[in-house]
Design a protein around this ligand. Structure first.
Ligand code: BYC
Ligand code: FE
Ligand code: FE
Length: 469
């Protein structure tokens, strides 16, 4: 079904065919807009060159044009329905996918949707001041593109809450606007979404590592037996690809600039030259990777076993797994910390599904490391970036409560405290990065700490006015 842009809430779910639901969502809309006004981007602009979804098909689903930010048309778009879709895993494997929420799974599904929904506006809140310091109009435009789409992802979850969870769902939808990132009284639900994203190096790391957790979590919810959730996530994943592109190419460009400065001046200390030292890039990477690993939950979890068995949350690429998709007999090997040592232990595979998903995520993260090291290599630089050990700086799961160095040694409190400043960004590192964050808003110009992008957006030249004031 095509997206109807004549409606107050653009959608492809035949909203006008369900007046009650339409009215409920139309009464949530002003609250959303008020939240966007108060917690969204702080930089005033005239218009921004943005993409907006126009269909949900494979090709040509987005339209590009200049949009006044507050007038962006946030809508509700589900991927096409497959009428023959069957549940691919768990105790209901082979049964038709659900078009309604079964009573016994209502609470669990609502919880998963609320957690997913909570992260979307959280990221907009975390990024709200970045518009004041973008390194170019190209980057500023990408920031706003990510922001409006995370806003739309909130809409995606609020639609499900309103359409399928009755009064509880409507209350949860309101609460999604009441919690705020970093708030002392009502913080966002997951740890990483209460951290700050104060500078553009953090933003690129966030869109590389934390949006990538989004990719993997959405991938598991796309497998859900609850078909509207599956179709919602399928379409969100399309938009998500651009967010990770911003992260990947953003870090590419920072590494590129640093490597240029290191090679040209034959020094590691590029800070006085207006660059970001490789060691600082590594520390930011260590931080964002480790807080993103926390987002996968514990290595073992009865929650995730129950979600899987019930058919609520599958595995990454569930249908391509060459097993019985029930896992009642399978075992998996996970890490455990015991008496100051890391051991591998076997546990029921069902309880280890967070670990399974995290494994796929880690392999994917490694591809970025490989490409950044190739950039260093191409400038004749011998140093390398790397992913720290999975147990480094963890607050959730097997490694929480012990101290692991990036190279995987368990150390005591004193050694941790002594080493932390060389593994995680220090106040001085942050102050240096902060000092480089000066806006460059002349078309075609770029800040000195980052290389220019390889090409513009949607075939536009690099000196295009992606944002106008
Ligand atoms: N911080 O049983 P466990 C995205 C809680 S990102 C604080 O191991 P489970 C995006 C946990 O809730 C994707 N608390 O957890 C990216 C549990 O609480 P209860 C977001 C945490 O349930 C960028 C307890 O600790 N989507 O889209 O197996 C920009 C025990 O944990 C944390 C989802 O996450 C934490 N990090 O797995 C914009 C998908 N981790 O039960 C957007 C939906 C765990 O004791 N969520 N806890 O009260 C889920 O699938 C699961 O809830 C989790 C946790 C994977 C998050
Ligand atoms: Fe999102
Ligand atoms: Fe995203």
């Amino acid at each position: 079904m095509a997206i109807d842009y004549t409606e107050r809430i653009p959608n492809n779910v035949d909203l006008s065919g369900d007046r009650r639901l339409q009215r409920a969502l139309e009464s949530w809309q002003p609250a959303f807009l008020q939240w966007w006004g108060e917690m969204g981007p702080t930089l005033p602009t005239q218009d921004v060159y943005l993409r907006t979804a126009v269909t949900v098909g494979r090709e040509g689903w987005a339209h590009f044009g200049r949009v006044k930010l507050p007038e962006y048309r946030w809508g509700i778009f589900l991927a096409e329905r497959d009428p023959g879709r069957q549940i691919a895993f768990g105790q209901h494997k082979g049964e038709p996918a659900w078009q309604q929420v079964p009573g016994e799974h209502r609470a669990s599904l609502q919880r998963l949707i609320v957690i997913q929904g909570d992260t979307e506006p959280a990221s907009v809140e975390q990024q709200r001041r970045l518009g004041l310091t973008a390194p170019s109009l190209y980057d500023l435009r990408n920031l706003f593109q990510v922001n409006v789409e995370e806003g739309r992802h909130l809409w995606a979850m609020v639609y499900l809450l309103h359409a399928y969870f009755g009064r509880d769902g409507r209350e949860e939808a309101e609460a999604l606007l009441r919690r705020n990132s970093g708030s002392a009284d009502s913080p966002r639900i997951l740890g990483a979404f209460n951290e700050e994203t104060p500078d553009w190096l953090s933003f690129f790391m966030f869109t590389y590592f934390t949006d990538r957790d989004g990719k993997y979590q959405l991938g598991t919810l796309k497998e859900s037996a609850f078909d509207p959730l599956s179709r919602t996530c399928e379409f969100m994943l399309k938009e998500e690809a651009h967010h990770m592109f911003v992260g990947t190419t953003g870090i590419d460009r920072v590494v590129e600039r640093t490597a240029q400065l290191m090679a040209a001046h034959d020094t590691d200390d590029v800070a006085p030259l207006g660059g970001i030292p490789l060691a600082v890039i590594q520390k930011y990477l260590n931080f964002h990777y480790s807080v993103s690993l926390d987002l996968f939950g514990g290595e073992t979890s009865t929650n995730v076993a129950n979600y899987f068995t019930a058919g609520l949350k599958g595995r990454w690429l569930e249908e391509r797994r060459p097993d019985d998709h029930l896992l009642t007999e399978s075992v998996a090997s996970i890490e455990q910390v015991e008496n100051g040592r890391v051991l591998q232990v076997d546990v029921p595979a069902l309880t280890a599904l967070n670990h399974d998903l995290r494994g796929a995520y880690i392999s994917d993260c490694q591809t970025g490391i490989t490409r950044w090291n190739r950039i260093l290599d191409s400038h004749g630089i011998g140093q390398r970036l790397y992913l720290p050990h999975v147990g480094f700086n963890r607050k959730v799961g097997a490694f929480a409560g012990s101290h692991m160095t990036p190279d995987g040694r368990l150390v005591d409190e004193a050694a941790w405290t002594a080493g932390a400043g060389s593994w995680l960004p220090t106040p001085a590192d942050k102050a240096h990065v902060e000092s480089l964050m000066r806006p460059v808003y002349e078309p075609g110009k770029i800040a000195g700490w980052v290389a220019p992008p390889r090409s513009g957006i949607n075939g536009q030249p690099l000196d295009y006015s992606y944002v106008r004031f």
